[in-house]
Design a binder for this molecule. Sequence first.
Ligand SMILES: Cc1cc2nc3c(=O)[nH]c(=O)nc-3n(C[C@H](O)[C@H](O)[C@H](O)COP(=O)(O)OP(=O)(O)OC[C@H]3O[C@@H](n4cnc5c(N)ncnc54)[C@H](O)[C@@H]3O)c2cc1C
Ligand SMILES: *[C@@H]1O[C@H](CO)[C@@H](O)[C@H](O)[C@H]1NC(C)=O
Length: 510
Amino acid sequence: MAFLQGLDSHIVIVGCGISGIGAAQKLLNQGFHNVRILEATGRCGGRIRTGRIGSKTVEIGANWIHGPCQDNPVFRLACRYDLLDAASTSEENQAVDVGGHPPYVSNWFSSSGRRLDPELTEPAAALFQSLLLECQDFHASGGEPAPSVGAYVKARAPGLAAAEWRDDGGAARDLGLATMSALLKLECSISGTPSMDDVGLGAFGAYKTLPGLDCTFPAGYEGLIGCMMKELPEGIVSYNVPVKCVHWNGSVQRPGPCGRAFPVWVECENGDAVPADHVILTVPLGYLKKHQKTLLSPPLPLKKMHCIERMGFGTNNKIFLEFEQPFWDPDCEAIHFVWEDESALVDVVPDVERFWMKKLACFTVLKPAERYGHLLCGWISGHESEHMESLSEAEVEKSVTQVIRRFTGNPTISPKRIMRSQWYHDPYTCGSYSYLATGCSGFDIDTLAEPLPLKGSRTKPLQVLFAGEATHDSFFSTVHGALLSGWREGDRIISHYSPSSFSVSVSSKL
Ligand SMILES: Cc1cc2nc3c(=O)[nH]c(=O)nc-3n(C[C@H](O)[C@H](O)[C@H](O)COP(=O)(O)OP(=O)(O)OC[C@H]3O[C@@H](n4cnc5c(N)ncnc54)[C@H](O)[C@@H]3O)c2cc1C
Ligand SMILES: *[C@@H]1O[C@H](CO)[C@@H](O)[C@H](O)[C@H]1NC(C)=O
């Protein structure tokens, strides 16, 4: 009986990214029929966004399924919808367990316009990798010899480099360290942080990888969203409806449908007010950081506010460059730019306006060439990336072309097309994805995910629930983390109303 009434409850999901879609999927499958999604923009998918450069399909947001194996729900869905190629779904591919991908086949260029010798760059890359592995171990062992990943790497690297290149003199050592600077910048993009000095050392290992060699969607990641949306009832999403304020805790007293009182009213920018028993908020952490003081009324409890402030959310952008002819080797998967003046291990550019392009240290080569031609994806994070967004595409093209000419020593190279993402200035994302900043731990993620009202309140339970990438304690910053978080909050509502949930959880302990 209680369950039947539960199915009538009004549920509003804020945000139509994969976490919001996942929550809706769960609830509808269980028979909840008053489910609505309010989406600020005119499209679904959020940070899953496929675009085009010329005639080629590229990912402006998420690119890979990280860890495509049976434990990854995004992989399972992609298989069910038949969206992957045979190589990605093979047993062999699922079994490779190397934390994503084996080291890229790389071409290294330096600021003095020469190719760097693999005899130098390979040991530097290996040293850097071993330092990152050391960083991951502090999560399990406890204790932090340094506050951040950056501080730890910067403290350890010079000694290791001196030992590695002790017979080759200072020049090789300095170049080895400059090589590690390029890798540190790439790591900033991967972590979505302005500097590795901002990433907590003890928390670094909280992020978990799944087995499986990272794979992509040949026809675009948005195909996954399209397939998921087809399974939802038509009209469930209201587009171009930004939510302005979630009035919870019975703070708006007004009769809703059938004259009933609702604990929550969702106020939209367009003036609409939508009544709800439960609201699942899936807005990005970057949006929460910017709007947390006004997005809820009454405001968020202090402990949630503080953890939203503490947690990290940075910018990682892509700059796509298309060329007539490659300036890299046929087998090359990644191109790295080493600034020879950076042997002091730097991952932040001092004069952002003049030198933002120094942060752009790595380009991945889109493969296969038959599909993409000669297309590179450059990665740039941090304040340098945010500044890049504010420039015109022509200005970006000019600066990047200058850098490529300098590093390749070829004064005539020009990209024939360029396109970049602008995630920081996207008003409903405000950056790219979350990371555990210094001073943070998994507890902050759990606090962020805690529904309102907090435990112990005698008002109606589960009024506001929190999903989205940043609320998953081991897969934050990923698509599968986002999807799992949406399912989790859907399930939280389902089990709240399910008459069997209590007896099931009790009996399973017996
Ligand atoms: C450049 C980039 C590369 C990435 N690469 C990868 C990758 O290779 N692999 C991977 O697994 N992950 C990757 N990610 C991360 C991945 O895209 C995200 O973790 C995931 O898509 C987040 O889903 P979500 O539902 O939590 O949030 P979102 O997709 O951001 O959805 C939130 C939705 O809420 C809406 N919204 C915001 N404010 C309001 C409001 N006030 N009212 C109504 N609606 C609102 C937004 O418009 C948006 O549609 C990448 C992200 C970026 C930016
Ligand atoms: C919610 O409402 C109750 C009772 O009306 C009140 O005691 C409580 O302080 C309110 N909580 C918040 C966070 O405003």
